[in-house]
Design a protein around this ligand. Sequence first.
Ligand code: AMP
Length: 488
Amino acid sequence: MTSSFSNLSLAEPLARAVAEMGYESMTPIQAQAIPVVLAGQDVMGAAQTGTGKTAAFSLPLLQRMLKHENSSTSPARHPVRALVLLPTRELADQVAQQVKMYAKYTNLRSTVVFGGIDMKPQTLELKKGVEVLVATPGRLLDHIEAKNAVLNQVEYVVLDEADRMLDIGFLPDLQRILSYLPKQRTTLLFSATFSPEIKRLASSYLQNPVTIEVARPNETASTVEQHFYSVSDDDKRRALKQILRQRGLKQAFVFVNSKLGCARLARSLERDGLNTTALHGDKSQDERLKSLAAFKAGEVDLLVATDVAARGLDIKDVPAVFNFDIPFNAEDYVHRIGRTGRAGASGLAVSFASGGNDVRLVADIEKLIKKKIELEPVEFDEDRPRGRINDGRRHWRDEGEAGDARDVLDQPRERAGDARFGRGARPHRAPAAPRDPFFEKPYETPEREAAPSWEATPKAHATRGISSNIKTKRKVAALFKAAAPASS
Ligand code: AMP
């Protein structure tokens, strides 16, 4: 079956926008979901970001709303008819920008609201009237309470990254928002996995949904070379730098489990002379957008990020992903390494396990991805003197390691601001950076003249590729004794 967009009989303005995007054929989720949504059925979709799911729900939703399209300036003629809910501000911004692109040749209006920035510009947009509203739950409730957003004419609801919304604790907010909507509507739910909680949510709010699953949600791409190294917390940073150098990597994502750890690691790497930026929930919206832009432009070499801050961001084909901390949730491993080795390109995923709880976490990953994991030792290029303050490592020791700070998990800031401290009483944050079409473009290896920062540091070996000092795989079955992985 050919999966060309021309088979869909999309309205001309939408077809034109799609053609302009340069999409040649539909992705699997689009081929399966678009006809179902066009037929007005509810959908429960298992698809991750990067599969083209935004177009899969936006295009049919816009097509079905075209009957309401009008050029009146009266806000009353532009009530909210479609609501798209997402867990984080970056995702909301990314989806809103895609919706705008697909709707650009129609008179349908769209906007986005999320926390962490001034409500006033959002209020002005909402008061003008918009047909498609993209939002994070907390900020949307603020606008509902302030009577800026009225949802009694909503016909379509999309719960995107629903599993993450539940993980973050947005269920009560979602339930409240859904209670404001007409019962007669189309509801689409997208989630990376169909956990029991997601199934419960679906059974409460979806009507006879068509289930669509593209690829196995927990599969890791075969194009990604995966390594797990056994390395102490103290040596992780050194191992990271060594692998960057030896592999001749130009850029990499480094994932940590906590926002405190994220900030500390980024600062330590920066002090080591590596060109680094951090992406976590405690940064202002403006700072986060700037960090992303700098990475996409190749101005920084390392992006240190937490899962929540990085989830779903349209940065793909990064040459390497490092798990500086093994993720607490095995599914996050799949999400993290999904940023490398996309579309047939080869990628590298390196994970550092430091014993203790990591043994169980690695076993969980092994079970989920159904691949045997072998822990490899890292052998360093040269012996480093031991001691508390030595060979320039004192900052690292003084600052502490990322893994030390796992108590402060990253969460969207609006969550804390929402229910607990009263709405409207949040501190003013820096306004968002102006919209930049740059963010719509997928990551491409930037043109660069300068070598990455780690290449400027002295090399023990000038060789590329894996070090001769890194020994071949060694099974560490003993380590797994306590948490024997399923062999299925
Ligand atoms: P998403 O999973 O919706 O975040 O989409 C990921 C990326 O795929 C975005 O940059 C889209 O512009 C792009 N994309 C969506 N649909 C297609 C398609 N049919 N062909 C090529 N690229 C697409």
